[in-house]
Write a protein that binds this ligand. Structure first.
Ligand SMILES: *[C@@H]1O[C@H](CO)[C@@H](O)[C@H](O)[C@H]1NC(C)=O
Ligand SMILES: *[C@@H]1O[C@H](CO)[C@@H](O)[C@H](O)[C@H]1NC(C)=O
Ligand SMILES: *[C@@H]1O[C@H](CO)[C@@H](O)[C@H](O)[C@H]1NC(C)=O
Ligand SMILES: *[C@@H]1O[C@H](CO)[C@@H](O)[C@H](O)[C@H]1NC(C)=O
Ligand SMILES: *[C@@H]1O[C@H](CO)[C@@H](O)[C@H](O)[C@H]1NC(C)=O
Ligand SMILES: *[C@@H]1O[C@H](CO)[C@@H](O)[C@H](O)[C@H]1NC(C)=O
Ligand SMILES: *[C@@H]1O[C@H](CO)[C@@H](O)[C@H](O)[C@H]1NC(C)=O
Ligand SMILES: *[C@@H]1O[C@H](CO)[C@@H](O)[C@H](O)[C@H]1NC(C)=O
Ligand SMILES: *[C@@H]1O[C@H](CO)[C@@H](O)[C@H](O)[C@H]1NC(C)=O
Ligand SMILES: *[C@@H]1O[C@H](CO)[C@@H](O)[C@H](O)[C@H]1NC(C)=O
Length: 476
């Protein structure tokens, strides 16, 4: 008996250990964030609060002695009662307002990534020096950033582009150098931009014109900016004040003739809008889109190309404006949540898909191009082309002689220009193919229309538009 019990003992022990292991697996792990959402929130917010306390006290310890005495209330761990700080209901710091507080030290010593819930950061009129830390990009909820009247130097960090909630950006009266990063165009909610009284150099990026929430101030005066003023700035129509003085800028705010839609309707302007100028406009728009699709990383899809969003300067050069609906394509996602295009220019697939890609701009480009050539919206032409099958099109009674399709308010083109117009029409027709995959890319379009290989035609020929349609274009 004894010997058999002795043999069973290790066996029992093994079973016990196994059961214990299984049991422990089933037990909720106390620190597991999956165990209870409530517990996870409480846990993470208390972690956040700890980190906030640590970061703020560390910064205090690095400021000069006078500053530390000014911040005497910064002790213990109840940040909500500290001078200049404001908290959310969970006790996390959302406001840091210590403007005009005679603080002296490095801004860089404040670890901003430990203050992830900040909405307001105001440290104006102190003696903070050093550069603006790149950890500023972690403040995804930040709406007001005021670091003006300090001794900050270095570049404007490109990480600012992550501050999508930012409404006011004030870095004025510092010693900031470098150029205005073009990524500033991502700050679509910005209403005021103050960069005056610095040593900012380089060109004003065109992307500043993308900031169409800017309705308050755009102050860039007293810097070292050079070059010409981008025409897009002239389109910030709701801006109440613009001051670019005391720079090395060339020329004035470029005057615009207006938007393409209006110019095509203006009997007074239309006679000046001759074929060579129209071809230039088409090329200009193609280059702009090509740039946004191919040169920008990640690519930008405009989503609302229409004749109303294309501006012409006094030289009849095209400028694409209104990036209000533009979408930066994330590498693995092409999703959007709401319809953003203009009726009559938006690609047909947008009626049934949530996906947006470059091909919807290509479609709109095709529509705008036909509008430039025809002098009016091509709606009736498109529905006629779409309703006839490729095989019957050749014998269709719905025929479109080129002489009737082209804008008849200016003389019919001749020779080389006629050939180029034909190339542009052929390209535009392939762009409005109902199937996105049949449309060319903007790069292909751009190459084709600048290749200087016109279709050989003579003005006396009775050419029909149908002859320029690629057979695969209008198949469904
Ligand atoms: C914090 O500062 C207050 C006011 O200066 C002081 O009364 C208090 O004793 C300090 N508390 C700690 C924990 O140092
Ligand atoms: C921030 O602090 C300054 C100076 O102490 C004060 O004048 C201003 O009203 C404060 N702003 C906010 C929003 O608390
Ligand atoms: C700057 O702060 C000082 C106190 O440090 C104050 O006396 C002065 O009025 C402030 N200047 C401005 C322009 O707010
Ligand atoms: C701050 O942002 C950087 C880069 O965007 C990221 O790598 C880092 O993990 C962030 N830190 C925190 C604490 O979120
Ligand atoms: C800016 O830097 C220059 C030279 O480095 C210095 O003379 C000047 O006082 C600085 N200005 C401010 C506002 O910090
Ligand atoms: C931008 O502003 C709009 C309107 O105020 C708001 O609905 C949206 O959430 C803001 N975007 C961000 C990223 O904060
Ligand atoms: C900034 O510009 C001022 C004069 O405009 C000049 O005195 C100062 O040296 C410049 N600072 C730097 C860092 O270039
Ligand atoms: C002004 O514009 C002209 C022509 O565009 C250019 O050659 C010149 O370099 C510009 N000057 C400055 C200071 O940017
Ligand atoms: C186009 O220009 C005309 C006049 O120049 C203006 O009335 C109209 O609002 C503009 N349209 C858009 C969408 O900007
Ligand atoms: C796009 O969104 C839909 C629905 O919201 C989702 O099912 C799909 O996976 C998303 N696609 C991408 C590429 O993110």
């Amino acid at each position: 008996m004894a010997s058999s019990a002795q043999k069973q003992l290790p066996m029992l022990f093994l079973v016990y250990v196994l059961l214990l292991l299984i049991f422990m697996q089933e037990l909720p792990h106390p620190a597991s964030p999956n165990s209870s959402p409530l517990m996870a929130v409480a846990l993470s917010s208390s972690q956040t609060r700890d980190e906030e306390v640590k970061a703020l006290l560390k910064w205090k310890s690095k400021l000069n002695e006078e500053s530390r005495s000014i911040l005497s209330s910064w002790n213990g761990s109840d940040t909500c009662s500290w001078q200049g700080l404001g908290c959310d209901p969970l006790g996390s710091v959302i406001n840091l307002n210590l403007s005009s507080s005679a603080l002296r030290g490095m801004l860089h010593d404040l670890d901003l990534s430990s203050l992830p819930n900040l909405v307001t950061l105001k440290l104006a009129n102190n003696s903070l020096f050093g550069d603006i830390p790149s950890s500023i990009g972690n403040l995804s909820k930040l709406a007001y950033l005021d670091l003006s009247q300090n001794l900050l130097y270095g570049d404007i960090p490109t990480q600012l582009r992550s501050l999508r909630s930012l409404k006011v950006l004030d870095l004025s009266s510092n010693n900031i150098t470098g150029s205005v990063p073009s990524s500033i165009g991502s700050l679509s909610n910005l209403t005021g931009l103050y960069l005056q009284n610095n040593n900012i150099s380089g060109f004003i990026p065109r992307e500043v014109g993308m900031l169409n929430s800017l309705n308050d101030l755009l102050w860039l005066f007293n810097n070292d900016l050079i070059g010409s003023i981008p025409i897009e700035i002239g389109m910030l129509v709701s801006l109440s004040e613009l001051d670019l003085s005391a720079n090395y800028l060339n020329g004035s705010i470029p005057p615009t003739l207006g938007n393409l839609s209006n110019i095509l309707k203006s009997e007074q302007r239309i006679t000046m809008f001759i074929w060579s100028k129209r071809l230039n406009v088409v090329k200009g728009v193609a280059y702009a889109l090509c740039y946004m699709h191919c040169e920008c990383s990640p690519p930008i899809v405009h989503r609302d190309i229409s004749s109303k969003n294309i501006l012409l300067d006094e030289e009849y050069e095209a400028h694409v404006s209104d990036f209000g609906t533009a979408k930066v394509l994330q590498p693995c996602s092409s999703n959007w949540t709401s319809f953003a295009g203009t009726f009559g220019y938006a690609a047909p697939e947008l009626a049934y898909t949530m996906e947006v890609n470059e091909k919807c701009d290509v479609y709109s480009f095709g529509m705008v191009t036909l509008e430039v050539i025809m002098g009016r919206h091509p709606g009736d032409l498109i529905s006629s082309l779409a309703s006839t099958s490729p095989s019957s099109r050749r014998h269709s009674t719905d025929s479109w002689p080129l002489k009737e399709v082209l804008d008849q308010r200016i003389p019919y083109p001749k020779g080389y220009v006629l050939g180029e117009v034909a190339v542009v029409i052929k390209m535009a027709l392939s762009c409005i193919s109902p199937k996105p995959e049949h449309r060319p890319s903007m790069q292909q379009v751009s190459r084709a229309i600048s290749a200087h290989s016109p279709i050989m035609l003579t003005a006396s020929e009775d050419i029909k538009l149908e002859e320029l349609v690629d057979p695969t274009c209008f198949t469904y």
